[in-house]
Design a protein around this ligand. Structure first.
Ligand SMILES: O=C(O)CCC(=O)C(=O)O
Ligand SMILES: [Fe+2]
Length: 213
């Protein structure tokens, strides 16, 4: 997978985007300095699903019944489904020197990633748990503000190569700090939904893939 990811890197789309933590359009009912309107920077690269070869190991893992059964058991989910757009189900993400992913909540209810290549320094995965509860339609604006203004401690998770990470990305505020080594951080994401026929939001697709299909 490391070899495949490096070969595909030439086709990566590098966003240089400012976005808010919700990955949504600005909410005009709120001021510009409202925690959910504050903009952060993301400039990682991404190779989307449609550019990953049919015989890719990443695709085999993603489609594997054994792997899917493992996820459903560990995460207590009745069913999981792929995205129906052609970009979002599996991705390779590239963080080169000085590149980062700004604070955000995912659209999807849970996130699965596999570290393909760890950087030598920087590129740290940071999270703050339970900042939002999508199920109860609750969000803690003051916690978001404290994180964005560096006024609170966050959890740092060291990811060795080949670490599989399962996390509640739509309720945990999370980011990847800028990589500070010449060695890039390369991470595969395996994205599923609880319901059938879901596409990633158009705004998020434009931000991370630079196209809608
Ligand atoms: O690169 C990571 O470790 C996290 C990626 C992530 O949060 C995302 O793609 O939404
Ligand atoms: Fe995320």
């Amino acid at each position: 997978m490391k070899l495949e990811a490096k070969t595909l890197q030439a086709n990566a789309f590098y966003s240089f985007q400012k976005h808010n933590v919700l990955l949504s359009e600005k909410n005009k009912e709120w001021s510009d300095d409202h925690p959910c309107n504050i903009e952060v920077v993301s400039n990682k690269g991404c190779v989307p699903h449609d550019l990953i070869p049919d015989n890719s190991c990443l695709r085999s893992i993603y489609n594997s019944e054994i792997f899917q059964r493992f996820l459903k058991t560990v995460l207590s989910l009745p069913e999981i489904h792929p995205y129906t757009d052609n970009l979002s189900s599996i991705n390779y993400n590239y963080y080169n020197y000085k590149q980062q992913l700004g604070w955000h909540f995912d659209n999807a209810s849970f996130a699965i990633s596999l570290m393909v290549q760890s950087p030598e320094s920087g590129g740290t995965f940071q999270i703050l748990k339970d900042v939002r509860c999508v199920e109860k339609n609750k969000i803690n604006f003051s916690k978001i503000e404290a994180v964005l203004k560096n006024k609170t401690k966050v959890q740092e998770i060291k990811l060795e190569e080949a670490t599989l990470v399962l996390f509640n990305g739509n309720n945990y505020l999370h980011r990847v700090t800028p990589v500070t080594s010449k060695k890039s951080r390369i991470l595969a994401t395996l994205n599923y939904n609880l319901k059938k026929n879901i596409k990633l939001s158009e705004n998020a697709r434009l931000i991370f893939f630079g196209r809608l299909n």
